[in-house]
Design a protein around this ligand. Structure first.
Ligand SMILES: Cc1cc2nc3c(=O)[nH]c(=O)nc-3n(C[C@H](O)[C@H](O)[C@H](O)COP(=O)(O)OP(=O)(O)OC[C@H]3O[C@@H](n4cnc5c(N)ncnc54)[C@H](O)[C@@H]3O)c2cc1C
Length: 393
């Protein structure tokens, strides 16, 4: 039996994988074939479908800012760019803004991030407690020193809708999707020659792309590479509030708790302390997290939240880069044709347009053409030259 060959095989077809398939097949300079292998077409457990689906420009790392700025530009023209047969997909992008709140202890970092962001044209404003109270009368500002408000470009969307938009357009442009799992990777010296699927099929490839999310470390191991990425559980709670909270952005409390509007209510969550954040593969919701931690924090910040009712919740997994909480993008120096996009650590949904475009450039031209993401590659990991993102949510 002849082994089928694809120029590019993408392992994992959610946000990052489907964006890569779209950008590759949209590029007139790329003439090859693309196969996306996705182990679960329901997408019910992938981070993309379970994410809080928000996009911000308020990072401390210039590359993270630039990736999200491109994400916003792309989302603004999402429907027309990804239309198939005249049907425009809708990612329901809502530019509701982010509001990072700081107590006196957080002021230094807030100001430093503000300087970085302003230098990179982020549309952000620092507000005093008085200005915050005027603009958001429902907010308790008594313990705050300042807030940093995104005035445009930031907000939230339908992440599943975004992923499906990429996927459908990629298929219309010639990418093939199959529901199967990459269970083994064949490597000869410095090259990947092919993959084996769960049903036993052997496929050859010119390039393999690892966009397998929390499945990324396993895939890397099959190629002999140790990827410093672990699966970390995050719970999201949906609640309703009897009082109208007008003009609410995505709010990041100094405690780390976040909340934002979602439909008729709100979603919220909080990351655990790093010392209490083990690798985790189950999807059990930690209900006590809402009752014992989040609710008191939310009610202290917005007194009207004293009367909220949590009606829904879910858990998803971050693909956490345990070294510096940033994506690792590109080839490992030991293997030329295995491209990684792993370790998004909770901000990969918004980065998927930029990362998809970047991977398509690496495949087509062998280097980044638009955004220079070389600092986000393997060299920093291997040389311990880490890029610590200070604005982690
Ligand atoms: C609760 C939560 C909140 C979040 N909030 C935000 C947010 O507000 N903003 C933001 O930008 N990001 C957020 N994120 C992070 C974001 O969701 C992820 O970074 C992003 O979706 C990663 O996309 P991905 O395509 O790399 O991975 P995933 O969405 O996890 O997709 C990986 C895919 O690979 C498939 N797969 C795995 N192994 C294999 C294999 N061997 N063969 C074939 N297929 C395989 C899986 O089935 C899956 O569909 C959040 C994540 C969580 C869990």
């Amino acid at each position: 039996m002849q082994t089928k060959h694809y120029d590019v095989i993408i392992a994992g077809g959610a946000a990052a994988g489907s964006a890569s398939a779209y950008f590759l097949t949209a590029n007139p300079d790329f003439k090859g074939s693309v196969l996306v292998v996705e182990k679960d077409f329901s997408y019910q457990y992938c981070a993309t479908a379970l994410s809080a689906a928000s996009i911000r420009h308020q990072f401390s790392t210039p590359e993270n800012i630039a990736m999200s700025q491109f994400g916003t530009q792309f989302l603004r023209r999402f429907g027309s760019v990804l239309a198939v047969d005249g049907q425009q997909p809708d990612a329901a992008f809502h530019e509701g803004g982010y509001l990072f709140l700081a107590s006196a202890a957080g002021m230094e970092v807030l100001l430093e991030n503000h300087r970085t962001q302003k230098a990179l044209d982020v549309d952000v404003a620092l507000l005093t407690p008085g200005q915050l109270a005027t603009r958001f009368p429902w907010l308790n500002t008594s313990d705050l020193a300042a807030g940093s408000l995104g005035l445009s470009g930031e907000g939230w969307l339908d992440a599943y809708g975004m992923m499906q938009g990429f996927r459908k357009k990629a298929i219309a442009q010639g990418a093939r999707y199959i529901e199967d799992e990459v269970v083994d990777v064949q490597r000869q010296g410095r090259r990947i020659t092919g993959v084996t699927l769960n049903d036993g099929t052997a496929l050859q490839c010119g390039t393999l792309i690892n966009t397998a999310g929390t499945g990324g470390p396993r895939l890397a191991r099959q190629a002999g590479i140790a990827l410093p990425v672990e699966s970390r559980k995050r719970c999201v709670f949906y609640f309703q509030c009897p009082t109208v909270i007008a003009g609410c952005p995505m709010v990041i409390d100094p405690s780390g708790a976040y909340f934002r509007p979602e439909g008729q209510g709100f979603i919220c969550g909080i990351s655990p302390a790093e010392s209490n954040d083990p690798e985790c593969f189950d999807f059990d919701v930690e209900h006590e997290l809402f009752d014992e931690t989040l609710w008191p924090l939310l009610a202290a910040r917005v007194p009207a939240f004293e009367a909220i009712r949590c009606t829904r919740s879910w858990a998803g997994h971050y693909d956490m880069n345990t070294l510096d909480h940033n994506v690792i993008i590109g080839a490992h120096p030991d293997i030329e044709n295995l491209l990684f996009a792993n370790g998004f650590s909770g901000h990969g949904m918004q980065q998927s347009p930029a990362v998809g475009r970047a991977l398509s450039e690496l495949v087509t031209y062998g280097k980044f053409q638009t955004l220079d993401l070389s600092r986000m590659g393997w060299a920093r990991i291997l040389n311990n030259n880490l890029i610590i993102e200070k604005n982690i949510v």
